[in-house]
Design a protein. Structure first.
Length: 352
């Protein structure tokens, strides 16, 4: 499965700089609001030393890491839903993302423009979440109109959908002017039904969220206590990303960007299994708790539909054995059926 993350925030909070550091694609990071107009889209390989070691063991001709697609959209401002700044039309570019990454500036620097004059992490985040909610409210209002017409005709399914749409509308209407942690689906017994509506209409307010505090070497601000939060010096990360591996090693500098990747995986309950051989070693992304049969779908639907069994070994055990054939001779391989729950780091050979 592919993983897609939308990057949102006010103008000049470091969104495009982070995107550039992650993707190594040159984008406009000028110090003025709305330097980004069209969304930046880039694919990032997920660093994984386990894959590298397996490829070395198998003498693989090709190494294919897991990937994450990032979408960096134009900065939003207060009132975007009513046309301020560039408006909120750019939010349509991230409707299909799996998670939203909020970039929050957490340092003062008079040389870096802030649309409100001075950064305030919690207030800035509330502004963005309010604009997301207003955009979603616009979407759900249109859906409500259509569902209302069908409900009046007596369709039982439409009546139920309308009821759930109205619940979602209630949640979204509570967002403007409230704290950033406005009421969510967990506050209602109908949580599953609400999420179904949120997924159907790709509502951004209900997508899992990462909070990235962009800090600096000085003049940092107090950080609010938020869930799924990490801190990064985005400017420094951009400098580090431009260095060669040799330069980083010589200076003893290590990128902290893998923290963002790990946080995304944890947030979305994802894990990795591997396939390895002389032709190719590859990392595959699947939901946590997937069975061996379900894991096969990541490769091809035939691997799920025609699944017979899977030979499985944990990646460290395979390295210790020295090769797949030696692992088999040593009895390290396990033959598992379709109900086996795959563990993060399993190396799998499917039998179909």
């Amino acid at each position: 499965m592919s993983l897609k993350i939308g990057i949102v925030g006010l103008p000049n909070v470091g969104k495009s700089t982070l995107f550039q550091a992650l993707t190594k694609k040159q984008v406009d990071t000028s110090n003025y609001p709305f330097a980004t107009i069209d969304p930046n889209v880039g694919v990032v390989s997920v660093p994984d030393e386990r894959l590298d070691k397996l490829a070395l063991l198998s003498k693989s001709k090709k190494v294919v890491p897991a990937i994450i697609e990032f979408v960096d959209i134009a900065g939003l401002v207060k009132g975007a839903a009513s046309g301020e700044g560039l408006g909120n039309k750019f939010l349509t570019h991230i409707r299909e993302v799996d998670a939203v990454c909020h970039i929050i500036r957490a340092f003062e620097n008079e040389n870096i423009v802030h649309v409100s004059g001075k950064p305030n992490p919690l207030s800035d985040l509330e502004t963005i979440k309010t604009e997301l909610a207003l955009k979603d409210l616009e979407t759900i209002t249109k859906a409500k109109g259509k569902a209302s017409g069908e409900a009046r005709s007596g369709k039982k399914e439409a009546i139920e959908i309308l009821k759930n749409i109205e619940l979602v509308e209630k949640i979204l209407s509570a967002a403007p002017g409230k704290k950033s942690d406005f009421p969510g689906k967990s506050d209602f017994e109908e949580g599953a039904s609400i999420q179904k509506i949120a997924d159907q209409y790709q509502l951004l307010s209900f997508k899992p969220s990462l909070h990235v505090f962009n800090t600096s070497s000085k003049n940092n601000l107090a950080l609010p206590n938020l869930p799924n939060a990490i801190t990064l010096d985005i400017g420094q990360e951009n400098d580090v990303s431009a260095m060669s591996d040799e330069e980083r090693k010589e200076l003893g500098i290590e990128s902290q960007l893998p923290k963002l990747v790990r946080a995304a995986y944890e947030l979305l309950d994802l894990m990795t299994f591997f396939t390895t051989g002389e032709d190719e070693s590859r990392a595959w992304t699947i939901p946590m708790g997937s069975t061996a049969k379900r894991a096969g779908r990541a490769i091809h639907t035939d691997f799920e539909d025609k699944f017979i069994r899977a030979d499985i070994i944990f990646w460290k055990k395979l390295l210790e054995s020295g090769s797949w054939s030696k692992a088999r001779d040593l009895g390290q391989l396990r033959s598992e059926g379709k109900e086996y729950v795959v563990q993060d780091g399993d190396v799998i050979e499917f039998k179909i």
